[in-house]
Design a protein around this ligand. Structure first.
Ligand SMILES: C[S@@+](CC[C@H](N)C(=O)[O-])C[C@H]1O[C@@H](n2cnc3c(N)ncnc32)[C@H](O)[C@@H]1O
Length: 252
C-alpha cells in the first residue's frame, strides 16, 4: 500500500510552498489538486504523473468530498503514491481533517505537510502584522459562512481576539460587520479585505466596520478579511505594492 501526502500548497505565490510539500509533488504518481493552488506547482510533477482536478467552487458544481476521499483511497490501494494538494494549509478550513479521517479509517498510511495559510500570508503581503506589541496580542481564524445567525457565537467572536482573520466572508461582509458592531466592536474598528493575497493579482481595500461595505463592493473571492487595530499599520508597511512585477517560479 502506498502513502498519501496531504499537502498545503501555500496561499498563491508558488514559492511559498514548503520544501517538503514541493518534494511530495515531485515524487507523486497521482496529484489530486484544489482550485486555489498555484497551477505552476503542477509543472513540478513527474511527466507521467496523473493530475486530477478536485476543486470546489462556491458557485459551481464540483466533486463531492466523498468522491475525493474515494479517489485518494483507490489510488493508494493500487500502490500509487498520492499527493493531495490543497490551498493554504490543509487543516485550516481545508477539509484536510476529513480527508485524513477517511484515510485513517481505511488504514491507508498518510502524512500531513502543513502549508502557509492565507490568513497569515495575505495580511503579511498587505503589510498587516497579525499581532503587535502596541495593537494586538491575540488572533482568531474564523469562517464567514457558518453561524451567521447565531448571536451568541458572534458575541463571543466580537469580544475574543484583538485581530480576526475571516475566511470565505466576502459575500457576507455586511452581515459580519453588523454582527461585530452589534456585539461590541466599535464601528470605527479598522478592517481590510485582501483579494488574491501573495499573487500578482493582489488587491487590498481598507476602511472601518461602518464604511467598508461600500469601499469593498468590487471585491470578490478569494479574499481575506482582517479586522482589528493592526490594520492601521498597513499605511506604513505596505511593502508588496512597491515591488516590481513578480518573477515566475523557475522550474528545473
Ligand atoms: C476554503 S478556504 C481555504 C483556506 C485554505 N485552506 C488556507 O489555509 O488558506 C478558502 C478561503 O481562503 C481564503 N483565501 C485563500 N487563498 C487566498 C488568497 N490568496 N488571498 C486571500 N484569501 C485567500 C479566502 O477567504 C477563501 O474564500
Amino acid at each position: 500500500m502506498a502513502k498519501v501526502y496531504i499537502v498545503g500548497a501555500g496561499p498563491g505565490d508558488a514559492e511559498l510552498i514548503t520544501v517538503k510539500g514541493l518534494r511530495a509533488i515531485q515524487e507523486a504518481d497521482v496529484v489530486l489538486y484544489d482550485r486555489l493552488i498555484n497551477a505552476d506547482l503542477l509543472k513540478e510533477a513527474r511527466p507521467h504523473a496523473e493530475l486530477i482536478y478536485c476543486g470546489k467552487s462556491p458557485d459551481h458544481p464540483s466533486l463531492s468530498q466523498e468522491s475525493i476521499n474515494d479517489l485518494m483511497c483507490k489510488y493508494a490501494s493500487k500502490g500509487r503514491t498520492v499527493t493531495r494538494l490543497k490551498g493554504g494549509d490543509p487543516f485550516i478550513f481545508g477539509r484536510g481533517g476529513e480527508e485524513a479521517e477517511a484515510l485513517a479509517s481505511s488504514r491507508i498510511p498518510y502524512e500531513i505537510v502543513p502549508g502557509i495559510t492565507s490568513g497569515v500570508a495575505a495580511p503579511a503581503y498587505a503589510g498587516i502584522p497579525l499581532t503587535h506589541r502596541d495593537y494586538s496580542s491575540s488572533v482568531s481564524f474564523i469562517t464567514g459562512v457558518t453561524n451567521l445567525e447565531e448571536d451568541e457565537y458572534w458575541e463571543h467572536v466580537a469580544k475574543s481576539s484583538d485581530t480576526l482573520c475571516i475566511y470565505m466572508g466576502v459575500r457576507n461582509l455586511p452581515k459580519i460587520c453588523n454582527k461585530l458592531i452589534r456585539h461590541g466592536r466599535p464601528a470605527d474598528t479598522p478592517i481590510a479585505l485582501v483579494h488574491w493575497g501573495t499573487t500578482e493579482e493582489q488587491q487590498t481595500v481598507t476602511g472601518t466596520l461602518q464604511d467598508i461595505v461600500d469601499a469593498a463592493k468590487s471585491m470578490k473571492n478569494p479574499s481575506m478579511i482582517v479586522v482589528g487595530e493592526v490594520v492601521k499599520l498597513r499605511e506604513e508597511l505596505k511593502w508588496f505594492e512597491s515591488l516590481p512585477a513578480i518573477e515566475p517560479l523557475v522550474v528545473g
